[in-house]
Write a protein that binds this ligand. Structure first.
Ligand code: TXA
Ligand code: MG
Length: 331
């Protein structure tokens, strides 16, 4: 395998020529395009089969570049940037003229992030100070985000010009997206940074946007996203076994994924295929997508997941499961 530095310079050459390079971040792999090249940005939408009005997050490497890409930056945003970048945090701010409208889906707000991954940071540094990469998760629209280079290859294969391999993503769930109303932060997507940490840094309670709250509470929304091909259902431990029997009675093969001591104890005696998940949200989140991909292989007819605890520490996991699941659930 060529040295990383030669891979980086090859990636930079490709990106500056308008090509698409997938690269690792601490959250998930991103599909990188130089935002100053309209045809490259358009290709991102084509490859992902993503509607053109869905804005892309732009990635860069230095906090000092924030003013180049965003303006009218509230104090709270500066505090969060200073504290959490590089890291799994995306800030939504008014764009400057340096951010083309095709990146933001036509809006005047842009999502910005400095990823915390050595390969990503080296690549972004090597692009130069007034360059940024738009990088949506490197999956087809609505599917599970990739957390290894092999996932990107399986999912997009020949459609991308290069895949930089940086191993497994440490966080495994996408960044926390924060927007601002006046000087107050509102979370649009729960993710790698828990709300409690944002609250701690800002010394003011940070809430989930109302739309997101209702998406999590009201099930069966049309927000199918982060979804495996195999149908996924989420049930509390008490209903999980009954549901497995029902599925089996239909002549189908379920696999059960659970985290609690009760699940693990019961799983030992059952005839169903049972897979243990971590009982702690950070570890669970880091393995979730890879585990769903692993069992989304045609071998099982249904993925039955034990509902995680309904508490704020599990918010990002609950959000992704809600969107990935075929049947509504209440944690
Ligand atoms: O962790 C992450 O954020 C990953 C890695 C690769 O950085 N990226 C990612 O990008 O998840 P994507 O495109 O798969 O999801 C970005 C989300 C979308 O739901 C999009 O609507 C929202 O961010 N977003 C981007 N720009 C926005 C804007 N200006 N206003 C509101 N939402 C925005
Ligand atoms: Mg995505």
């Amino acid at each position: 395998m060529p040295e990383l530095s030669s891979q980086i310079s090859s990636a930079v050459t490709k990106l500056k020529a308008g090509k698409i390079v997938a690269f690792p971040t601490e959250t998930v792999y991103g599909l990188g395009a130089d935002i100053s090249i309209p045809s490259a940005v358009n290709r991102i939408f084509e490859i992902k089969e993503r509607p053109a009005n869905h804005p892309l997050i732009i990635h860069f490497s230095q906090v000092s570049q924030l003013e180049y890409w965003a303006q009218e930056i509230p104090k709270a945003a500066r505090l969060l940037a200073k504290h959490f970048w590089p890291g799994p945090l995306t800030l939504i701010l008014p764009r400057t003229r340096h951010v083309p409208l095709n990146v933001t889906g036509g809006q005047d707000m842009v999502g910005l992030r400095i990823p915390d991954h050595p390969t990503a940071l080296t690549l972004l540094d090597a692009m130069g100070p007034e360059r940024a990469l738009s990088a949506p998760s490197a999956n087809r629209f609505g599917r599970i985000s990739p957390t290894t280079a092999a996932h990107v290859f399986d999912e997009l294969d020949h459609k991308v010009d290069m895949i930089l391999d940086g191993g497994s993503c440490k966080i495994g769930l996408e960044s926390t997206i924060v927007s601002f109303k006046d000087n107050s932060a509102i979370v649009l997507r729960p993710g790698g940074i828990p709300l409690a940490k944002l609250t701690e840094v800002l010394d003011e309670e940070v809430l989930l946007s109302e739309r997101e709250q209702s998406d999590i509470r009201v099930s069966g929304s049309l927000n199918s996203h982060y979804a495996p091909l195999t149908l996924l259902e989420v049930w509390p431990d008490a209903s999980l076994w009954k549901r497995s029997a029902e599925i089996e009675a239909l002549g189908l093969h379920p696999i059960l994924l659970g985290w609690s001591a009760e699940f693990l104890a019961k799983g030992k005696n059952k005839r169903f295929m049972c897979f243990p998940m971590p009982n702690e949200p950070t570890a669970y989140g880091s393995q979730l997508y890879a585990t769903l991909r692993r069992f989304d292989n045609g071998q099982y007819d249904r993925l039955l997941l034990e509902a995680p605890p309904n508490n704020p520490d599990w918010l990002a996991v609950l959000d992704r499961l809600q969107r990935a699941s075929y049947m509504p659930f209440r944690a």
